[in-house]
Write a protein of this length. Structure first.
Lengths: 156, 156
């Protein structure tokens, strides 16, 4: 998956010879793709979060499966924020994604580290370890949302 | 991932003590989740398809990454067709998903077999093997879409 991540970084930095955006024919394709990846990822973070908060029964196998899905998906959205993908479909991407691209990339990298820890914890099968890891994941989600996700959807 | 699949099967067969639909608070959550999973999966099938059709340069690493994403996502949508999820958001699910649930489940199982073959081929790094596997994947996609996906989105 490293290649995709590198592509995202270089696209954001506008230094790419082959931007990740080339994977998408139209801006709306990129927006739909990244929103879809976030939707599935968020659903599975929530499933693990419910276990960590003891609002759902702890199911070690389900937690490990969800953590693997989260890790697999976590790299994808950041390949779909190429130049010109701020409009095309209603979305919540703040202009800072492009004006502070190094900070955005750093936030994506930090999240990747936290979800990797979560997967390791979930594979280990310890609810306590999962609770600790979820703390880090939750902080990285919130931090990035605070800085880069608008409260409301854009008109297009 | 087997557990998720079993959950889907039992939900569709209305024999579940803990239906997969319990993962979703509202029908619209299930619809958004399954559509999102299909969107990301379809994007990555298309990327491999473009290589197989020689419309994109063959990149063995990218193909293997995409195939892994496809396999990881392929099981997810079928956990989100629980009873009552035919409405809630505009969607293309035909009534046959529920009225012919055994056939729908068989189609999902057949697709799982084909994408597993695709991942094996992609891991092997042979474009010819990928072309062969993509033939099977394409047929299983089309067959299920023909039978269970409507041409147009529902009104809600």
């Amino acid at each position: 998956m490293k290649r995709l991540f590198v592509a995202a970084v270089t696209t954001l930095g506008a230094r790419a010879s082959l931007p990740a955006a080339a994977q998408f024919q139209k801006p709306e394709d990129a927006i739909k793709y990244r929103q879809s990846a976030f939707t599935v990822m968020g659903n599975h973070v929530s499933r693990i979060g419910a276990m960590a908060a003891e609002k759902a029964p702890f199911d070690a196998k389900a937690a490990a499966e969800s953590a693997h899905i989260v890790v697999t998906l976590s790299k994808l959205p950041f390949t779909a924020f190429g130049a010109g993908t701020d409009k095309g479909l209603p979305n919540r991407a703040k202009p800072e994604i492009w004006s502070q691209s190094a900070k955005f990339t750093a936030a994506a990298d930090a999240m990747a580290v936290e979800v990797a820890k979560l997967e390791a914890a979930a594979k280990g099968g310890s609810l306590d370890a999962i609770k600790t890891a979820m703390g880090g994941v939750g902080k990285s989600c919130k931090s990035c949302h605070d800085d880069f996700r608008a409260e409301k959807y854009s008109a297009n």
